[in-house]
Design a protein. Structure first.
Length: 166
């Protein structure tokens, strides 16, 4: 196993320095287009179960001292997720504004795979199963040394209250 920056993985594989690379979009599709590799063979949610790929963490003191700010932020995130899934083409247009130098085909590949692999929650919720999977991954890797229970680290009360109002 060699460890190289993500940007060097295609070159390392092309040079025969490895046979497997861990990549994200748009590099996955770029490698497929260039004949470096085929479609990915490992998908975390399909192999391990529900998984929270991305989450926004809010400090406890922010929740305690500024609950209305946190509620507004969470409301914006939930609305954005709903919009993203309901309007994938418009989402791509917005993403293009945020990533103006990214090739359109790479941007589309990134969004398409993100939807297909369910990288983002559709409603802002992180399920108990998703935490259990994520916790097991980081504990098995030795990154997290102790068991942290869902209720000790995840508070879905803001999302739950907002979902009811949308």
């Amino acid at each position: 196993m060699i460890e190289v920056p993500n940007s060097a993985i295609p070159a390392a594989l092309k040079a025969g320095k490895g046979t497997i690379g861990v990549l994200t979009e748009p590099m996955i599709t770029q490698g497929i287009r260039n004949g470096l590799w085929g479609e990915p063979f490992f998908n975390v949610p399909k192999e391990l179960g529900p998984y929270a790929y991305s989450a926004i963490n809010v400090r406890l003191d922010s929740i305690q001292k500024q609950p209305e700010v946190v509620k507004g932020f969470v409301k914006g995130m939930v609305k954005a997720l709903k919009f993203l899934y309901a309007n994938p083409e418009q989402s791509a247009e917005i993403a293009k504004k945020q990533f103006p130098t990214m090739a359109v085909e790479d941007l589309k590949a990134t969004l398409d795979r993100s939807f297909a692999d369910q990288l983002w929650s559709k409603d802002g919720m992180i399920s108990r199963q998703a935490w259990a999977t994520g916790s097991a991954v980081v504990r098995d890797a030795g990154i997290l040394k102790t068991d942290v229970k869902y209720d000790e680290i995840i508070d879905m009360s803001f999302v739950e209250s907002i979902r009811a109002s949308l």
